[in-house]
Design a protein around this ligand. Structure first.
Ligand SMILES: *Cc1c(COP(=O)(O)O)cnc(C)c1O
Length: 414
């Protein structure tokens, strides 16, 4: 459908995106987004939308958020010149270091922002879902910091696969509820968290982890994560003296990438590339490359691109990185793809592992496996664009991936 769209239509969509018209009054990004939820959920979403409008630009709220970001999260995160990767790739490579943010990834920007919002809205407790456990840990830390009780729903299979993160959440004072229904992974956990929230939407706040779900979540999370791109853009100008030729970020649900890209969308000379998980191959079920290989449909409250079969059944996905292993993606990415402003490509499991190994060896930075996909994409770009200035969102650190790395890279290098 992307290629079928006329050039003028694409330009019109991009114009509306640049004019800040999305999300529109119905929570849509062009054809995408919206609210595909049971009627019982609508009042809670309406209340949240009103709260977002009331507080997100309120000077006292902004000051409180900035204080938490500056004194607790560790912002601004540095911009690092990657000298050795630059030499190897024949490019000029800069890294935005979200791996240095508290709890080891960008997810904390969203967790602390929404937890502060929940307090303003008078919530007494937080519920959240988590897949690999990274968002759960960020929520648990933010809730401990602000004195809010927190319950995290996590698929029973994921609890087993990600046992260290279950322990981290418990130490941070969070109640972890293993979900034994459904697929026993992230999708079932989201359903349970949603159910808990809707049972008491006044006292409970649902803290969603990426730019997915029904309106206003994709907008709220984008606004909280855009601090990444705002800082990086200013750092490029101040430290380097100009904007990059291309910006790279990995795409799971799409929060670190939209946070990085959004402040660059109006910079027509800056190419934006989102790198998805190509997994083991192109067949349905072997990857998580939703924008590259999927088709439009509804998942968890939003109309966006999806990995589904010909009957519209959502497919199991695969990626070596747990954080990219999701069959959906945020609706604004679907729009940006359609408008031709962001190019979406994918890197395979093997390419991501190779990029992780190279960055560790060359720069002394152990990347998260999710993040390594962005590096693999940047490396490929450098090979056909010699000498160009590249900016990569280093979304997280790789300590959490040691069990996977022991089974993969370290088996080959005893
Ligand atoms: C969760 C995670 C991702 C994927 O989530 P997005 O919403 O697409 O950003 C990417 N990198 C790291 C380090 C993560 O923890």
């Amino acid at each position: 459908m992307t290629t079928a769209m006329a050039v003028t239509e694409r330009a019109a969509l991009l114009g509306r995106e640049l004019a800040g018209e999305f999300p529109d009054a119905r929570g849509r990004y062009g054809a995408f987004g919206g609210r595909y939820v049971p009627e019982t959920v609508v009042p809670a979403l309406d209340r949240l939308e009103a709260g977002v409008k009331r507080w997100l630009r309120d000077p006292a709220f902004v000051a409180e958020l900035d204080d938490q970001l500056g004194t607790w999260v560790g912002r601004p995160t540095p911009l690092t010149y990657a000298a050795a990767l630059s030499r190897r790739w024949g490019a000029e490579v800069y890294l935005k270091r979200e791996d240095l943010a508290h709890t080891g990834a960008h997810k904390i920007n969203n967790a602390i922002g929404q937890a502060l919002l929940a307090k303003r809205l008078g919530a007494k407790r937080i519920v959240a879902e988590t897949g690999a456990g990274q968002h759960g840990v960020a929520c648990a830390a933010a809730c401990a910091r602000l004195g809010l009780p927190c319950t995290v729903y996590m698929g029973a299979i994921d609890c087993e696969r990600q046992a260290p993160n279950v322990g981290r959440m418990k130490l941070l004072g969070t109640t972890v509820v293993p979900v034994t229904g459904g697929d026993q992974t992230l999708r079932a956990a989201i359903d349970e968290a949603m159910r808990d929230w809707v049972a008491d939407p006044t006292d409970t706040y649902y803290l969603l982890g990426s730019v997915v779900g029904p309106h206003p979540y994709p907008y709220l999370v984008r606004e909280l994560q855009s601090v990444i791109g705002r800082e990086a853009r200013a750092q490029m100008i101040r430290q380097v003296g100009g904007l990059p030729a291309a910006v790279f970020a990995c795409v799971g649900g799409g929060s670190n990438s939209i946070g990085m890209f959004h402040p660059f969308i109006a910079d027509a000379g800056v190419k934006l590339l989102g790198i998805e998980a190509g997994g083991r191959g192109l067949a349905l079920g072997e990857n998580s490359a939703t924008l590259s290989l999927g088709s439009p449909g509804v998942l968890q409250g939003s109309y966006s691109m999806l990995l589904q079969d010909a009957d519209g059944q959502i497919q199991e996905t695969h990626s070596v990185s747990a954080g990219l292993d999701y069959p959906g993606v945020g609706p604004e990415h679907a729009l940006l793809q359609q408008a031709g402003r962001v190019a979406y490509e994918y890197a395979t499991d093997d390419e991501a592992l190779a990029a992780l190994a190279e960055c560790a060896e060359a720069e002394g930075i152990l990347l998260a496996l999710e993040t390594a996909h962005a590096f693999a994409g940047a490396r490929r770009f450098a090979a056909s664009n010699a000498g160009s200035r590249l900016l990569i969102c280093s979304s997280g650190r790789g300590d959490k991936d040691m069990p996977t790395l022991q089974k993969t890279l370290l088996r080959e290098k005893p």
